[in-house]
Design a binder for this molecule. Structure first.
Ligand SMILES: [Zn+2]
Length: 336
């Protein structure tokens, strides 16, 4: 079963005037999504000013309501459609970037979804890139009960949490233009396979297409919903992009979240930020990897908390809206 979001959008005939709701800006899109993707250009009554603000917890529960969201599942298709319709309420431009992957003898139709928020000055780039994966793992291989290890996970934390925070931030950016452009990328295929060549599929696809000069830096959110939230600096982030780490962790400390954002490196994690580091783009992973329910059927909503999502939301907003150093260049990674 394919993803179908592009076909559905084309078939339903609805048109969303995201650009019109943002003051009549045109719908020209920046580089990464345009060439390989499809401009979701539909018009309708949606408008940022009419959209009630929703918080990240609402978005986490909403994603969970779709069930497991592994590629090929009904939930996967539903969450992709939901992302497109929800982002169109606030973003200047929403695009679907389809791709397909052969894995385990099956062909999976996947798609990244991007949302652009122009700056107060109307600029489209260079943009800050915020990322999260929206797919969930097709098998709970770490489940304590062996019989459940081929069951798709709910992914309340591993999947829904990062997306939830970004969707709330999208609503904020729909009401308050950022000082510099922001692009969000909702990656597909992060958690499909078991080896490195069958993971990070969407982020790799996106990173292959993007012009590095269009990206100021990249911040990835993954597993940020744990009710017992402790975020340690991720090792590859520190090695490749130390000044971006410092920028984000300093923002957390300014907000009084130094007890959650720890300066120590605890894990080196291969995740959706790696393809960007490999392209010389400063990129970090905000992740709490001390999560006992990781890749189990127990990764459910009750293991997460609204407070955790709110802390991460606050830190990201502090960085992208209020950090006066945001215009200064960052040291670029020299490789991975
Ligand atoms: Zn995972």
């Amino acid at each position: 079963m394919g993803l179908g979001v592009v076909l559905l959008c084309a078939a339903c005939g609805c048109r969303i005037t995201a650009a019109a709701s943002r003051g009549g800006a045109d719908e020209r899109a920046p580089g990464p999504g345009r060439a390989p993707g499809r401009n979701i250009s539909f018009e309708g009554p949606a408008s940022a000013s009419n959209a009630p603000p929703q918080d990240a917890w609402y978005y986490l529960e909403r994603q969970a309501s779709f069930g497991p969201r592994n590629p090929g599942s009904a939930g996967h298709q539903k969450v992709a459609e939901f992302l497109v319709s929800e982002l169109a309420k606030s973003a200047d431009d929403v695009q679907v970037q389809p791709f397909s992957v052969v894995y385990g003898g099956a062909t999976y139709s996947m798609a990244n979804i991007t949302a652009l928020f122009r700056s107060a000055a109307g600029d489209e780039r260079p943009f800050i890139l915020l990322g999260a994966h929206f797919d969930t793992r097709p098998r709970a291989e770490r489940d304590p009960i062996p019989a459940r290890r081929f069951t798709p996970i709910m992914g309340a934390n591993d999947g829904a949490s990062g997306v939830a925070v970004l969707l709330e931030i999208a609503g904020v950016l729909g009401r308050t233009r950022p000082p510099v452009p922001v692009m969000m990328a909702f990656f597909d295929g992060e958690d499909l396979g078991t080896s490195i060549d069958s993971m990070f599929l969407g982020s790799r696809h996106f990173a292959e297409k993007v012009n590095p000069s269009h990206v100021r830096y990249m911040v990835l959110l993954d597993m940020v919903g744990d009710a017992d939230l402790d975020i340690y600096v991720e090792g590859h982030s520190q090695l490749s992009s130390p000044d971006l780490v410092d920028r984000v962790w300093s923002a957390a400390e300014r907000l009084g979240y130094g007890h959650v954002f720890h300066r120590e490196v605890r894990y080196h994690i291969l995740d959706d930020h790696v393809p960007f580091i490999e392209k010389g783009i400063p990129a970090i992973d905000i992740i709490d990897f001390d999560y006992p329910y990781w890749h189990t059927t127990l990764d459910t909503v009750d293991k997460c908390s609204p407070r955790s999502l709110q802390i991460v939301r606050d830190v990201v907003l502090e960085v992208i809206l209020r950090d006066e150093t945001a215009h200064s260049p960052l040291h670029k990674p020299e490789g991975f």
